[in-house]
Design a binder for this molecule. Structure first.
Ligand SMILES: Nc1ncnc2c1ncn2[C@@H]1O[C@H](COP(=O)(O)OP(=O)(O)OP(=O)(O)O)[C@@H](O)[C@H]1O
Length: 256
């Protein structure tokens, strides 16, 4: 039975690039309206998993079920974006409204207000007219984050959002994620930052493309055994393997 508390459920998901399988049988439930940190070493599969959750990477096996209403907002790392894109910071952030307005359509006043406030939130107002390709890596990362905020999606997927940011902006990231959660969004972010991992509500730990653990915060609602649990943070085992589900791995979260 499905629980209304899950935003996304992954059931035995595998993902591959060509012949190389890089995610193996991932079973997990991502809690709605919570911040989940995705942890693991370089190459463990975090970005791929975010792509699968976003729907941009089609699983090679298994199923992904999304219970949210809006199109997911996926914020990739700035290094994944071409320098050659002839767009300004304002254009970049405005692209976050395309899902609702359609590409290159004029923005309504409300859209423009959202774009302005998203830029303000990431300290980009003064850079609004600058070409994206002429910015530093950290400034570009902030523009991509602002674009993600501007989407006003109820499922925000962030791939190492703090990478390349200066220390002051980095420190702001967990607070921004908590604000989004307070506004009702489900947030999943890949991170190598122990502090960001600690501040997340839930943590899921990948190793070698496998989900090897997860842990739950003390403030998590108690699981309802009848309802199949409140979107628990643990990797969710397939029904015939519930007794052998991976144990929670708090220590894994402490050492992302
Ligand atoms: N476009 C691609 N083509 C082929 N293999 C890829 C591609 N992208 C990622 N991989 C491989 O898939 C595996 C998982 O990579 P992924 O980027 O998901 O890991 P990650 O945990 O996000 O790493 P990082 O922390 O370095 O960002 C790695 O072995 C990587 O080499």
């Amino acid at each position: 039975m499905h629980t209304t508390h899950a935003a996304v459920e992954l059931r035995g998901v595998a993902a591959a690039y060509g012949a190389a399988t890089v995610l193996h049988e991932v079973w997990a439930r991502i809690p709605a309206r919570r911040v989940t940190a995705l942890l693991g070493a370089n190459g463990s599969g975090k970005s791929t998993l975010l792509g699968v959750v976003a729907g941009v990477h089609v699983p090679a096996a298994g199923a992904v079920e999304r219970f949210h209403t809006a199109r997911p907002a996926l914020v990739v790392q700035h290094s994944a974006v071409s320098d050659a894109l002839p767009v300004t910071v304002r254009d970049t952030v405005a692209m976050g409204r395309w899902a609702r307005r359609g590409p290159w359509r004029p923005l309504a006043a409300r859209d423009r207000a959202i774009v302005a406030s998203s830029m303000r939130r990431l300290g980009l107002t003064a850079l609004a007219g600058r070409p994206l390709g002429g910015l530093s890596g950290g400034q570009r990362q902030r523009a991509l984050l602002a674009q993600g905020l501007a989407q006003h999606s109820d499922l925000l997927l962030l791939d190492e959002p703090a990478t390349g940011l200066d220390a002051a902006t980095q420190r702001e990231i967990p607070g921004i994620l908590e604000e989004l959660r307070a506004q009702g969004a489900t947030v999943v972010h890949a991170t190598h930052d122990p502090e960001a991992a600690r501040r997340a509500d839930y943590r899921l730990h990948l190793h070698g493309g496998r989900l090897v653990g997860g842990d739950g915060p003390d403030r998590a609602p108690a699981p309802d055994p009848e309802a199949g649990a409140d979107a628990g943070p643990e990797p969710s085992a397939p029904p015939d393997r519930r007794t052998t589900a991976h144990p929670p791995a708090r220590s894994a979260a402490a050492h992302p």
